[in-house]
Design a binder for this molecule. Structure first.
Ligand code: HEC
Ligand code: HEC
Length: 292
């Protein structure tokens, strides 16, 4: 199932243009993100929001910045049918997979059913994504007792991360991802972006501008930062967090120490051969995605 999910993750035929896969925006050689402020989707449309990493996302309480999908399986159906992402439909995606003999065979072997459905597609995608964890960061090694795994400056950064109060929100196994919190606690966040965060889901005014606290694992790789992608560097993101969330202005030295600590959270990146995608069948043409 994981191997099947991996193929689907890399398969651009799940998009209307036939040119965009999950990996286009969650590039596994780029920390599971696209390093753009806002993703580029179907027909070069600019997407609405910064793409969060898929690495370790199984550890998050919910998926998306506003948590509107409860888990990876529920999330995975979204981008295929999202008009500014892959811009396909679930029916067309399934019909396309049905025309590919290699997929047909693999789906039958995994799910033991006569036909493919979107539920199987999202189940396999989620199973693959669950494998995208990044163990053995230097910080993990330090936690396990290897005192030489992090430097004195990085350790000072960790002490500051705790004493300044970052841990109130960025905590747990994913150093984040465990709660929804307000962006701009002490001082309001200035952005032209229209996302209202959690309020878009709950419709409750109390949830205005609450976002899922991002994981800080691999954060060194997943620039730019924040839901609007406005902070290009970790230095800038840490400065903003200090001021807006904690009412604290870090000195250049303190900022650099926290940034140094954050870089110890980069773990082993997923490593595998790119999957061999099943070839399209020649008997049945690919369904015309532009047909009504
Ligand atoms: C065009 C770019 C694009 C494509 C293609 C795309 N995504 Fe995303 N993905 C995003 C953006 C942007 C978000 C954040 C959306 C939001 O929070 O409203 C996101 C969010 C996610 C999340 C939530 C992560 C978290 O921590 O909240 C997961 C998981 C994910 N995508 C997996 C996938 C999978 C699986 C596919 C392929 C079926 C896919 N994405 C295709 C851009 C993309
Ligand atoms: C009150 C909760 C809270 C506190 C305290 C807090 N953060 Fe955050 N942090 C968030 C939220 C929420 C976001 C996402 C905001 C957004 O995108 O609009 C975030 C985003 C970030 C990001 C960007 C991650 C990304 O992938 O975009 C970094 C880096 C970060 N925080 C570091 C820190 C540091 C360092 C501290 C302490 C100085 C800190 N945070 C304190 C809630 C908090």
């Amino acid at each position: 199932m994981v191997e099947l999910g991996k193929k689907l993750f890399f398969d651009p035929r799940l998009s209307r243009s036939g040119g965009m896969s999950c990996n286009s925006c969650h590039n596994l050689s780029m920390g599971g993100s696209d390093n753009l402020a806002a993703s580029i989707g179907d027909r070069w449309q600019k997407g609405g929001i910064n793409s969060p990493t898929v690495l370790n996302s199984s550890l998050n309480i919910a998926q998306f910045w506003d948590g509107r999908a409860k888990d990876l399986k529920e999330q995975a159906g979204g981008p295929i049918a999202n008009p500014v992402e892959m811009a396909f439909t679930h029916d067309l995606a399934v019909a396309m997979l049905e025309t590919i003999p290699g997929y047909k065979q693999e789906f039958t072997a995994v799910f033991k059913k006569d036909s493919i459905d979107i539920d199987q597609v999202t189940t396999a995608l989620a199973a693959f994504e669950e494998t995208l964890v990044t163990p053995n960061s230097r910080f993990d090694k330090w936690l396990k007792g290897d005192d030489s795994a992090i430097t004195a400056d990085e350790l000072k950064g960790y002490e500051l991360f705790k004493s300044a109060g970052c841990v109130a929100c960025h905590n747990g196994p994913n150093v984040g991802g465990a709660s929804f919190q307000k962006m701009g606690v002490v001082e309001a966040y200035k952005t032209a972006h229209t996302a209202q965060g959690r309020m878009d889901v709950t419709k409750s005014d109390q949830d205005r501008f609450l976002f899922k606290v991002p994981t800080l694992r691999n954060v060194e790789l997943t620039y730019p930062y924040f839901h609007d992608g406005a902070a290009m560097t970790l230095t800038e993101a840490v400065d903003t967090m200090g001021k807006l969330q904690l009412g604290r202005t870090f000195t250049a030295e303190e900022n650099a120490q926290i940034v140094a600590f954050l870089k110890t959270l980069t773990g082993d990146q997923p490593k595998f051969e790119l999957p061999q995608l099943p070839v399209s069948g020649d008997s049945t043409p690919r369904p015309d995605p532009f047909a009504k």
